[in-house]
Design a binder for this molecule. Sequence first.
Ligand SMILES: *Cc1c(COP(=O)(O)O)cnc(C)c1O
Length: 415
Amino acid sequence: MKTPFVTKEQLESIVEQFPTPFHLYDEKGIRETARNLYKAFSWNKGFKEYFAVKATPNPQILKILKEEGCGTDCSSLTELMMSERCGFSGDEIMFSSNETPACEFVKAREIGAIINLDDITHIDFLKETCGIPEKISCRFNPGGYFSLGTDIMDHPGDAKYGMTKAQLFEAFKRLKSEGVKEFGIHSFLASNTVSNEYYPALASILFSLAVELKEALDVHITFINLSGGIGIPYTPDKEPNDIFVIGEGVHKAYDEILVPAGMGDVKLCTELGRYMLAPNGHLVVKAIHEKHTYKEYIGVDACAVNLMRPAMYGAYHHITVMGKENEPCDHKYDVVGSLCENNDKFAVDRMLPKIDKGDLLVIHDAGAHGFAMGYNYNGKLKSAEILLQEDGTPRMIRRAETPEDYFATLEGFWE
Ligand SMILES: *Cc1c(COP(=O)(O)O)cnc(C)c1O
């Protein structure tokens, strides 16, 4: 069962101040998630979460996470600029980019971000662009399949990211000769894993690799980056991950592999996005139309522009009809947006209570990769973002786009 983090009464008063649709974030939930993550990894001195900015690129969210001890993980110029503007600097910023333009490496070096190289050929590119820093990370891709023996499976061999094992050894050798003093390794093998076993399995792979690298090349590996990939249960039937079980699983691998190799000082880091923010964000919409043709449709005042995952991946997002939580789910609806695209459906054949025009609907788990993925197809405008602060009051942290914003980049439009 999924319950919204706001009550109907709370939401009705927010809607009086800020019209739907909007993304609503739960400050309390965000802080709790961050605190529990840090608690789960407190056994590792120097552990740091670098929040994946792409998941929820809003400065007020980044500032909350900064207060909880997090850094940022960036992969573009604007994400670096946002991090800098929010007061992150140096080791608080991870730059895990790929196919990186020169100007982005320049910016990353300027603000002292830790560069995480995606490919061996980027060593020369970086050297020519802005020089090799003394601390650097490389991204590993083991290839093939990655499987936990459950339904968790991914295909690193088909992923564009990272270096092969042979390239990684070559890259470390080269970087050492270029004067690098501190090394890190990073890998991202599976996305949205709802399993307590993903991180421990990934950690074992990276820890063993780190020991091999150190023994073969006598390099000083100071950090290992487990990246993102811890998932959330989008459907109500699934159990969420237990971050404390995950932390202990990684701890065990650390004690078994790194400590005996004399590497018990390696700092761990993560680049979680979805896990940190997804459940702590709702897309709040209003039912504005009902249509009865070959199917029953509920038209809402948002569309795929505001949350693209259902249209893009066929992703399930749970929906609560506010105030009707205890009514029977005896109506089968397609809950749809207004794009001229038939995949613009927040839900297909979903059993819900009877929806009336004017009902407020909460679309769950929209706090990460939600607003951020938005686009402007059909000339639709992006919504506002509202922070539900710890004291229960709402604060607008991004206004909704206006037609003027949409037209702003056109040359000669207003003449
Ligand atoms: C997208 C991404 C993340 C965050 O992934 P989540 O699935 O949101 O945890 C972390 N690191 C890198 C390099 C990414 O591309």
